[in-house]
Design a protein around this ligand. Structure first.
Ligand code: C2E
Ligand code: MG
Ligand code: MG
Length: 426
């Protein structure tokens, strides 16, 4: 006779979540845990008996599994408590959609032996890393959200007491950010880029990680805006550019140096020293600036076109490559391309990761490639998560590929190993 899924103990669950955190953190990716509690389960057992109760648990578990994607996971964590782990979450909406689908699915009655039962449940959602950098915190926050969800209609909610680990009132992030540079708490991860036409390695995007001694890895999305407000961004940018140029200097013997891209905050255009600092760093490392690419987002440039553009023009004249990041998310006009001294355009990952399911996104990607190439720009597609998207972009004539399908971002030594192996195969 079929029995309900085993309850997974807390230690085991925490261990599993810690592994997932490690994996997602390296890629700058997020995952969600949906804690789902069946309402009044004890009463159901009393009213209908344990056999029916077990039948409900089995059917509930099966329905959850039917809803989950292949890579997601369903775990029974308590008598009538389950967790659905959604890996590589696209955004909060993705987790909410799963909750709505599940609640919709519960509208259909459970048929256990000769009985038809209506089952109600609440869903509390917590997202890594926003709602906990440690598995214990994430689990507690999902529990808190579930308690809250039971009083709501519809009965689901995303944990919202503010990011637990990053509470601006208890954490003077600005002063710690200053110390982070001095204490060497930043690490630069590198995400490979490959040339879609030749198959050769093309370069890497440098992505900043703050390894906080107590709080674990803090994502750039969180601390860069704070660094921008407190003018610490200049020091961080200098550090990042220097670390990227050091990679260019340490390039493995025998392989030709590739391009290394660094993200540039628009705030650095407000201060005077950017150009001088890049020149000094290049001199220290004896690096050729043709190997450095600076990425600026489309929307950032639109905020203050004139200063940004004149600085970028000067950088380009020094040999630095300029890339327009997250393209498609702003509202730039064709006129924009006449003025931006760019060599490269990066199609925002939201279009790339949806293009197989959404014909409109596919059409947008294709049009962006031909438009950008018409302006003489190299086109990079970021956010490629599978082989089908990779192959399709190749047939569209896209120049460069970046995304989890090619590789996760990784520390410099791992990246160099990756490169050596990649060069051997290709
Ligand atoms: P971005 O420049 O658009 O960087 C791409 C982001 O997408 C990275 O997140 C990367 O880890 C992630 N990613 C790469 N491939 C995939 C994929 O296939 N699927 C998915 N879902 N995600 C993928 P990360 O490292 O968290 O960086 C987030 C943003 O933080 C960056 O977006 C950039 O705007 C900013 N950032 C990162 N490093 C720096 C830096 O050194 N300076 C400045 N000013 N901003 C930075
Ligand atoms: Mg970027
Ligand atoms: Mg981007």
């Amino acid at each position: 006779m079929e029995t309900p899924a085993n309850i997974i103990g807390h230690d085991h669950l925490e261990e599993k979540l810690s592994g997932l955190m490690e994996d997602h953190r390296g890629r700058g990716a997020e995952f969600a845990i949906l804690r789902i509690g069946i309402n009044k389960f004890r009463q159901l057992n009393i009213n209908h008996g344990y056999r029916i109760g077990n039948g409900v648990l089995i059917e509930f578990y099966n329905r959850l599994n039917a809803l989950a994607r292949n890579r997601d996971e369903v775990i029974r964590v308590g008598c009538a408590n389950f967790i659905l782990i959604i890996k590589d979450l696209h955004n909060e909406g993705h987790a909410m959609l799963a909750a709505i689908k599940l609640l919709g699915d519960l509208e259909e009655a459970f048929k256990i032996t000769d009985r038809k039962l209506k089952i109600n449940a609440g869903i509390g959602i917590a997202i890594f890393p926003d709602h906990g950098l440690e598995s214990g915190t994430l689990l507690i926050n999902s529990e808190a959200a579930l308690i809250d969800a039971r009083h709501r209609n519809p009965p689901y909610i995303i944990y919202s007491d503010g990011p637990n680990q990053i509470d601006a009132t208890s954490w003077d992030i600005g002063s710690e950010l200053q110390a982070a540079i001095d204490l060497d708490q930043f690490e630069l991860y590198f995400q490979p880029q490959v040339n879609l036409k030749s198959g050769q390695a093309f370069g890497a995007e440098a992505l900043l990680r703050w390894k906080h001694p107590d709080r674990g890895y803090v994502r750039p999305d969180y601390f860069i805006p704070i660094a921008e407000q407190t003018n610490l961004i200049d020091g961080i940018t200098d550090w990042t550019i220097r670390a990227a140029l050091r990679l260019i200097m340490d390039w493995p013997v025998g392989s030709k140096p590739l391009k290394v891209s660094v993200n540039l905050s628009p705030k650095v255009f407000d201060s005077e020293g950017l150009i001088e600092s890049i020149q000094n760093s290049a001199a220290i490392f004896n690096a050729n600036l043709n190997h450095l690419t600076l990425e600026v987002t489309e929307s950032a440039l639109m905020e203050d076109m004139s200063t940004g553009i004149s600085i970028l023009k000067e950088l380009k004249s020094m040999g630095v490559n300029i890339s327009i990041d997250d393209f498609g998310t702003g509202f730039s006009s064709m006129n924009y391309f006449k003025n931006i001294p760019a060599n490269e355009l990066k199609i925002d990952q939201s279009f790339v990761s949806n293009m197989l399911e959404n014909p409109m996104d596919m059409h947008i990607v294709r049009s962006m490639i031909s438009m950008a190439q018409g302006f003489g720009l190299k086109v990079v597609a970021e956010g490629i998560e599978n082989g089908e998207t990779f192959d399709l972009l190749k047939t569209f004539g896209c120049d460069v590929a970046q995304g989890l399908y090619v590789s996760n971002p990784m520390p410099q030594d791992k990246f160099i190993e990756w490169l050596e192996q990649y060069n051997e195969v290709c």
